[in-house]
Structure formats: C-alpha cells, structure tokens
Ligand binder design. Sequence first.
Ligand code: URA
Length: 210
Amino acid sequence: MLDHLTVVTHPLVQHKLTIMRDRDTSTAGFRQLLREISLLLAYEVTRELEMTTKTIQTPVMEMDAPTLDGKKLALISILRAGNGLMDGILELIPSARVGFVGLYRDEKTLQPVEYYFKVPEDLGDRLVIAVDPMLATGNSSVAAIDKLKAAGATNIRFLCLLAAPEGIKRMKEAHPDVPIVTAAVDECLNDHGYIVPGLGDAGDRMFGTK
Ligand code: URA
C-alpha cells in the first residue's frame, strides 16, 4: 500500500522540475519536460501494482517469470492541465483506459465548476489514476475524486507534479484512502490560489495561452 503522500525525490525528476519552474523555459521545453517527468512519476504511482508469474521459455530454459496481474487501469485527466501528464503515462501503460473530468476554477471563489465528465464504464473494476499537475487548494482534486467515486471508483491514486500543503491537507481530510504521488511539496498558496514558489499556471505554461 502506498503512503498517503509520496514525494519523488529522484535527481532526474528534481532537475527537470527546476527547469520547468524557470519562467524563461519555453512552452515547447515545458511540454517536453512534463512528458518526460510524467514517465518517471508514472513509475512511482504504479510501484505496487499486483504481480503474478507466468511460465515462459527463454532461449536457455523454462522459467516462472513475473508479470502484471492483469489488473485493469484507468487514467483520468483532470482537464485541461491533466492532459500534459497523460501522453507519457500512456506510453508506459498503453492498454489503460482514459477518462476526462472537466473542471474549471472560479477565479473569485476558487471553487471548481464541472463542464465535462466522461470516464470508462467499469471504473469499479479498475485501478484509477487521476492526474493533475497542480494540487493547489485541493478543491478541484477533491471534487474530481468525489465524482470518480460516485461513478463507482473504489481504488484511486492521485498523481501531480507540485502540491501545496493546503491541498494535501484538504485531500487527506476528504479522501484519506487516495494516495498522492508528487514531485515536490511547495511552501504555500498565494492570495490568488497559486502555488508558491510553484511554476505559474500549468495549463498556460504547457499550452502557451498566456
Ligand atoms: N493551478 C496552476 O496551474 N498553478 C497553480 O499554482 C495553482 C493552480
């Protein structure tokens, strides 16, 4: 069982994250690094997948070799920034089903507003990995996970790039059964709900919208 919070301190992750934080990093560079880092984070979030063995024949002899237990996965992107983490993870787990939860943050109340929800039908049979680069107030993440649970999900993990202590606390209170995997825990949120020091608006940074 993963801990409630896993911080991936691997040097490659930390190095790439530092370049992503730098405001002079280009949109193309940011997107490429996010794809690369998503592979490394996916490695951690899938660390405890159930295993079994199967008998195979190597060129030398027969062996009982480890293999995934066929547990089905669903990757859920919390739009729009979640999409930046999806491609890399799908390269590692090509058979995963994919869903989308569309939430935007009301800039005044900082509360999430749903505009899209489309997920695989059999969520209850799957390990669900919800992805969103930024765990800030936690409002959107908690709302997204509320909806995934309402749709039948029982085994959920949350993968992000950066987390604020406020968001981690909020998630732990609302969803203590959902382990969080992140590359870093930053200091706090500012008055606009941005993570400090953070990297700015992840969606704008990856799509070049500002
Ligand atoms: N969402 C972002 O993209 N960045 C933050 O700092 C907080 C929420």
